[in-house]
Design a protein around this ligand. Structure first.
Ligand code: G4P
Length: 524
């Protein structure tokens, strides 16, 4: 197969949802179709169960599983599909947002009874910002659901995207009869007792009286609703979908593996193959000859017996080849990757080559960090990896003086993984950890102990915001730093950060120093 064909057959996407809407279940069913797994139940949920925030074993279990299921590649109908998993728990949103920079499209799962939930909205905002094409899967039709037209309205209003149903449910809950596939014009009947995929029934003309034989009186309702659908929604516009302006909508029940194949079949046909990527210097097209890629995720200490890390590299252009000399742009050093791994479902294997859209795992001993660009030689820097404004702060203290080396090494590596951000006070040298969620402190404490043998203690710190400051005039900057000396800190890259105690104090500082720029994330 030629290089261009390899690119065009790739579909790299993420499945996102509010926790419990059915992301894990849908992922599993998709893998079943790809033959990547044989039996249901093989994909473990990597979510942290509700109320388990103090359950450290749960965190560990989640980590173990999430390595295996971070990227799941499989073949389906001559398409190479890469599913990128995203953590459901909102304390790990950062990880999800970063992963979304490596996908070409997204499937959003919505619970048919609950409709659009807060996390769905946040995730959609990220997709909209990046103009990522999205398909919506309305799940759990086997349970009493909201009216389908109402759901579509809710999606349009709350997710701010036009919709176009490509399948249509016949009732829901105990009366759920099946879905009519508008895209392929056929009917599939639901039978809660059978989880096998039965053949669907062709129905080019739903006005045929034969429809009554299958769904009885519901036939007339279906005809009416479909007529309304055709009246209200314009024809599915592929281009609008690919631009991120229009979301095709499918209905089904992931648990019963129902409506999933319709989704997958339409997905491979309409979802985009790898798209262009933005760098600070220029746009990179996937079909360019030279290899380029960037790191969007790092996983450390997968095997507790080895100090190993894996960097996840998204290939953006060119063919990747094992053992070829590439350039690690941040260090300027040559990088020869001798054992890159592919993520085919849950098994990892060394690969010789990979194509745009693919994700490869690169073993690393601590030189790679999130956001790094790797190329065949060209000096380019991929951009668009979001950076976050920490919201919770705590001092971190060493609780075991014999292990201070292990502690600082552990902290360093966890920060590289993007678990949290580290600041060092310029006033008293104390280390401050900033996170976006409570759970991250527990993860840090647990992992420092179990992976580095280091004990830490946190001390509360009432802090409003970390502000990266910049000023063209060195005199003003130095005056600012002198005046705010007690509140100045340094980030991991040695930059100045003003730690504002409260919104009021921040406002005062901004009023007083008009020439100083305050940034709330580390990328500006
Ligand atoms: P998530 O990854 O989005 O958080 O959701 P997940 O797939 O884990 O699904 C959440 C719960 O909803 C699970 O039940 C799952 O079995 C159920 N579920 C998923 N899809 C459907 C569906 O189409 N119909 C129905 N009726 N239920 C569905 P649970 O009891 O919370 O978890 P488990 O103990 O069964 O794993």
């Amino acid at each position: 197969m030629g290089f261009i064909e390899e690119i065009k057959r790739r579909r790299t996407f993420g499945i996102v949802s509010h926790p419990d809407a059915g992301k894990t279940t849908l992922t599993e069913k998709l893998l079943l179709f790809g033959g990547a797994i044989r039996v249901a139940g093989a994909v473990k949920s990597n979510k942290i169960k509700k109320g388990a925030t103090s359950d450290f074993m749960e965190i560990e279990r989640q980590r173990g599983i999430s390595v295996a299921t971070s990227v799941m590649g499989f073949e389906y109908r001559n398409y190479k599909i890469n599913i990128l998993d995203t953590p459901g728990h909102q304390d790990f949103q950062e990880d999800t947002f970063r992963t979304l920079t490596a996908v070409d499209s997204v499937i959003i799962v919505i619970d048919a009874a609950k409709g659009v939930e807060p996390q769905t909205e946040k995730l959609m905002n990220v997709c909209r910002m990046r103009k990522t094409p999205v398909i919506v899967f309305v799940n759990k039709l086997d349970r009493p659901s909201q009216d389908s037209f109402d759901l579509l309205d809710e999606i349009e209003n709350q997710l701010q995207i036009k919709t176009r149903p490509l399948s249509w449910p016949i009732n829901s809950g105990p009366d759920f009869k099946g879905v009519y596939n508008i895209y392929n014009r056929n009917l599939r009947l639901f039978n809660a007792n059978v989880q096998e995929i039965e053949d669907s029934i062709e129905f080019k003309d739903i006005n045929s009286p034969e429809l009554e034989n299958y769904i009885g009186d519901d036939a007339s309702v279906l005809r009416e609703e479909l007529e309304l659908v055709e009246g209200v929604y314009p024809e599915f516009d592929h281009e609008e979908y690919q631009k991120g302006n229009l979301a095709p909508v499918f209905f089904g029940s992931a648990l019963y593996n129902f409506g999933v194949q319709e989704l997958l079949d339409a997905f491979v046909e309409i979802a985009p193959y790898p798209r262009s990527s933005q760098t600070e210097e220029r746009e990179i097209k996937p079909d360019e000859k030279d290899f380029t890629g960037f790191i969007f995720k790092i996983h450390a200490n997968i095997d507790p017996n080895h100090r190993s890390r894996i960097a996840f590299v998204k290939i953006c252009s060119g063919k990747f080849e094992r053992n070829k000399a590439y350039k690690h742009i941040r260090s300027g050093k040559q990088l020869r990757i001798s054992s890159p791994t592919a993520f085919m479902a849950s098994q990892k294997e060394i690969i010789e080559e990979a194509y745009p859209g693919d994700i490869i795992g690169v073993p690393d001993s601590g030189n790679l960090v999130i956001g790094d660009s790797i190329t065949a030689g060209e000096e380019i820097h991929f951009k668009g990896l979001p950076s976050f404004s920490p919201e919770l702060f705590r001092y971190i203290e060493n609780a075991d003086p014999m292990k201070s080396k292990q502690l600082s090494k552990g902290i360093d590596q966890l920060m590289d993984e993007g678990v949290a951000q580290l600041f060092t006070s310029q006033f008293n040298g104390r280390k401050i950890i900033g996170t976006v969620g409570q759970l991250q402190f527990e993860v840090i404490e647990y992992r420092l102990l179990h992976e580095y043998g280091a004990k830490c203690r946190f001390e509360n710190l009432a802090m409003h915001k970390a502000c990266w400051i910049e000023c063209d005039d060195p005199k003003t900057l130095s005056e600012f730093k002198k005046r705010k000396h007690q509140k100045m800190a340094t980030d991991k890259r040695g930059r100045d950060v003003f730690m504002a105690d409260s919104g009021f104090i921040l406002q005062m500082a901004q009023d007083e120093f008009k020439d100083v720029k305050f940034h709330f994330t580390s990328e500006f």
